[in-house]
Design a protein around this ligand. Structure first.
Ligand code: NAD
Length: 490
């Protein structure tokens, strides 16, 4: 296949055993450009026999790959990193067409994905487990990590380029085979990624791609040839994946939804905090698990902060993500747009103050566009403060003082991330010690860890124990054994 060239003109395909084939199931759906409403491709879902085939090819390839020296296993990853760098612009343009985010956001996402390939190239050091000579009289003990077989990752629509790379490079570097099932809403970026995978020269069957929807996911979860499952998506599905995969004897890590908070303390630099809050709430049109769609502001500075946030958000340029001046793109589907608008209506009905109504402001005619919307004086019990909206809606909550703000944050059932704006170290310390979330930022609007740190939430934002990225991935993709050896003549 020629790199990237025909992706928009072909139906979505599976990559199984080193060959591209059309999925053979009966259901499917159109891939629609959210900025124009144009259908740009079609995905047919995989059948049980497609999945059986992929698992079998993975199992066969695993037998040789697990014995391949680690130094050889990482060579195709170095090539993949180089190919991703070289093709980043073309891949980002495709990503914008199927997802809607801005070109700059798409490039940023790919960079964060590539970072994971870079980290996984260090597996020869990261995968070592330990050796102790003379652990007992005449006894040497050695701990080793061993790969387990065929893993799968089931990924969401909002980062179709980055999230597959939270898993894929680590799975194969540690010696496993890996099957990706991307979101059926924007599967074209994964088509491009697997064109690059093919070019990078992994052995057939080591990296595979299957397309489909919920039935495909359930087939993978119940398949006896799958050793472990990584999932990223909404909380109800994450819980289902966690329970079903575990009931079928698999390792599982399932990242769920979020409703993150920014706390603005009285000593914060208000201009900076307001800029960062707008960027955090509205980047990717609010469709980010690390977005902070609730800002809890200490009473003393609340009014000033509300004015600044409102001014900045009202000025954002909302248009097709491929336009040079785009600062925010459309939502993924028209159904999702209606759902977000329903939440806005609920906020009004519950009595919050609508400071900016994104529904009424001008946007491009076609596409699922909704401008930034801001509510003031939101009570923490309202649905717009509690539930994941996953759209460009920011709720401002007034806190009596800093301690009150922290308790509002911990009142959420989610715990993916939280950020604090302050000028005081003691606030920062109290925040770090008190807040129940997995990714904590101080004076940064979006608490996104680099690839060499783990990424994962708490509470209803995560089911499992080992998180994505970094060292946690090595533990997830391997099991440990200890060799206890005695050689009395030595
Ligand atoms: P989603 O849960 O609808 O879909 C995710 C994946 O699950 C897709 O591949 C889809 O095919 C599959 N799926 C959907 N419904 C299913 C079902 N009933 N049974 C089995 N499989 C099913 O999520 P989405 O809308 O694509 O993505 C947005 C969600 O992902 C948000 O909730 C967001 O917070 C979350 N997310 C979380 C993180 C994190 O790190 N915690 C990161 C990104 C996105």
């Amino acid at each position: 296949m020629t790199l990237g060239t025909s992706i928009e003109n072909r139906d979505v395909q599976n990559y199984i055993g080193g060959s591209w084939n059309s999925p053979s199931g009966s259901d499917g759906q159109e891939i629609v450009n959210p900025a124009t409403g144009d259908a740009i491709s079609h995905v047919t879902f995989s059948s049980q026999s497609d999945i059986d085939d992929a698992v079998q090819q993975g199992q066969q390839a695993f037998e040789e790959w697990r014995e391949t020296p680690v130094e050889e296993r990482i060579q195709p990853l170095f090539r993949l990193k180089q190919l991703l760098d070289e093709h980043q612009d073309e891949m980002a343009r495709l990503l914008v067409k199927e997802h809607g985010k801005t070109f700059k956001e798409a490039k940023g996402e790919l960079r964060r994905g590539i970072e994971n390939v870079e980290v996984a190239c260090g597996i020869p050091s990261m995968m070592q487990a330990g050796h102790l000579p003379n652990a007992a009289p005449d006894i040497d003990e050695t701990a080793v990590r061993k790969p387990l077989g065929v893993f799968t990752a089931i990924t969401p629509f909002n980062f179709p380029g980055m999230i597959p790379l939270w898993f894929l490079p680590y799975a194969v570097a540690t010696g496993n085979a890996f099957i990706l099932k991307p979101s059926e809403r924007d599967p074209l970026t994964a088509q491009y990624l697997f064109d690059l995978v093919e070019e990078a020269g992994f052995p057939d069957g080591i990296l595979q791609l299957v397309n489909g929807g919920p039935d495909t996911v359930n087939t993978l979860l119940e398949h006896e040839g799958i050793a472990g499952v990584s999932f990223v998506g909404s909380t109800p599905v994450a819980k289902h994946v966690y329970e079903t995969a575990a009931a079928n004897g698999k390792r599982v890590q399932a990242q769920g939804g979020a409703k993150n908070h920014i706390v603005v303390a009285e000593s914060a630099d208000l201009d900076f905090a307001a800029e960062q809050t707008v960027s955090s709430a509205f980047a990717n049109s609010g469709q980010r698990c690390l977005a902070n769609p609730v800002a809890v502001v200490v009473d003393e500075i609340y009014d000033k902060f509300a004015d600044r946030v409102t001014d900045i958000a009202s000025d954002l340029t909302v248009t097709n993500g491929l336009d040079d001046d785009a600062e925010m793109g459309p939502l993924i589907t028209s159904e999702h747009q209606s759902r977000v608008e329903q939440y806005i209506q609920e906020g009004i009905d519950d009595g919050a103050t609508l400071l900016v109504d994104g529904r009424t402001l001008e946007t491009p005619e076609a596409g699922n566009f909704l401008r930034p919307t801001i509510f003031g004086d939101v009570d923490p019990s309202m649905s717009i403060a509690q539930e994941e909206i996953f759209g460009p809606v920011l709720a401002l909550v007034r806190a009596e003082d800093f301690a009150d703000a922290l308790s509002i944050v911990n009142g959420s059932r989610f715990g993916n991330a939280a950020s604090l704006f302050t000028d005081r170290g003691s606030d920062a310390r109290q925040f770090r010690h008190t807040v129940e979330a997995g990714n904590l930022g101080v004076n940064t609007g979006t608490a996104a860890p680099m690839a060499f740190f783990h990424f994962g939430g708490w509470k209803d934002s995560f089911f499992g124990d080992l998180h994505a990225q970094g060292e946690d991935m090595i533990h997830f993709y391997t099991d440990k054994a200890v060799y206890i050896e005695r050689w009395p003549d030595a």
